[in-house]
Design a protein. Structure first.
Length: 326
């Protein structure tokens, strides 16, 4: 199967669509009474009051989520190939993206994090263009605005502001205008939101939006380890990919090295941002899928022993299905 997706064959578009729904057999099989979909953060509903909580039946919710994941996978695949992050262009990034978004049941329903993945993929594309772009200030400003819009959908997305500074450190020499541009882009979005709150004579509520920034990072975690056994194959593949990346690190182009460093930090920031949402759900970690998928795709793109990597991927998929059904 991996060998099939190592090729840029148009038939893989059909295989990817079938694979997307194959991995969702378990959630379609289950009975769902109700699946809520919070389209926006509560503080943004004063600006856009669209109630989608009960707009979809459970199966419609799952079906639309699957289509969105498929579309994201195709966009993500194109971004990774355009920036030459792998040995050669392939459909492996899309394959790994769909696999990553199928690890847990909560990943397979409509959620704010799922919508934010569109913005995250867009941001990744813009970050990877920083070293090649002449007009960087405009690009960074756009990234700041995209992060602002993402924050309206899902507040922890705001932590992507840190990635602006990390990206500038990696790809650019210091220019204070570039560092300020991202913040101005972000502030622009919330300036208009503040004006709207003021217009509604509700400015005191606007200040309460930022209260989660004062949350302390939790020191104690309550984890049911049985729910996360499916991550064992993921961890094995990531370790193998890291060893392979280390072996090839200094043989790669400098831009490729910096790109993988950027994606590593993005994975960490995305995972750690859960503390900004006291009632966060498992679907929060969908934000980790795009940067994590590149590393998984890197391993399968460079692996040499076919019998090993094909067996490993089959076991990976089977473990996902098993833990979804049990």
């Amino acid at each position: 199967m991996i060998n099939q997706f190592r090729k840029l064959n148009p038939i893989n578009l059909v295989f990817l669509l079938a694979y997307t729904f194959f991995l969702r057999i378990a959630i379609f099989h289950e009975t769902h009474d109700k699946l809520n979909f919070d389209f926006l953060e509560p503080f943004a509903r004063l600006l856009i009051n669209i109630d989608l909580d009960d707009a979809f039946t459970p199966y419609t919710n799952i079906f639309i989520a699957a289509l969105l994941v498929y579309i994201q996978a195709l966009i993500f695949n194109r971004v990774v190939n355009n920036h030459n992050l792998l040995a050669k262009p392939s459909f492996l990034p899309g394959l790994m993206f769909i696999t990553g978004t199928s690890l847990f049941m909560p990943f397979m329903i409509l959620s704010p994090a799922l919508l934010c993945n569109f913005l995250l993929i867009w941001i990744i594309d813009k970050f990877l263009k920083l070293g090649k772009s002449a007009n960087t200030i405009t690009t960074v400003f756009d990234i700041g605005m995209i992060i602002g819009v993402g924050t309206l959908i899902y507040f922890p997305f705001m932590t992507m502001l840190l990635m602006i500074f990390l990206a500038l450190l990696l790809f650019r020499s210091f220019n204070w205008r570039e560092w300020v541009a991202g913040l101005i882009g972000f502030i622009t979005v919330f300036f208009f939101l503040a004006v709207f709150y003021y217009w509604k004579d509700n400015l005191s509520s606007f200040y309460q939006i930022w209260q989660p920034l004062g949350n302390k990072f939790p020191s104690v975690f309550k984890i049911n380890y049985n729910d996360y056994l499916v991550l064992i194959p993921v961890t094995v593949i990531i370790i193998l990919a890291s060893l392979q990346l280390r072996e090839n690190f200094f043989r790669s182009f400098i831009s490729t090295r910096k790109s993988f460093q950027l994606l590593f930090f993005m994975f960490i920031v995305s995972a750690a941002s859960f503390y900004l949402k006291p009632d966060f759900r498992t679907w929060h970690f969908l934000l980790c899928v795009p940067p994590g998928s590149v590393l998984l795709a890197y391993y399968f793109s460079n692996a040499k022993k076919r019998w090993f990597y094909e067996t490993l991927f089959v076991l990976f998929v089977l473990s996902i299905q098993y833990f979804l059904f049990v």
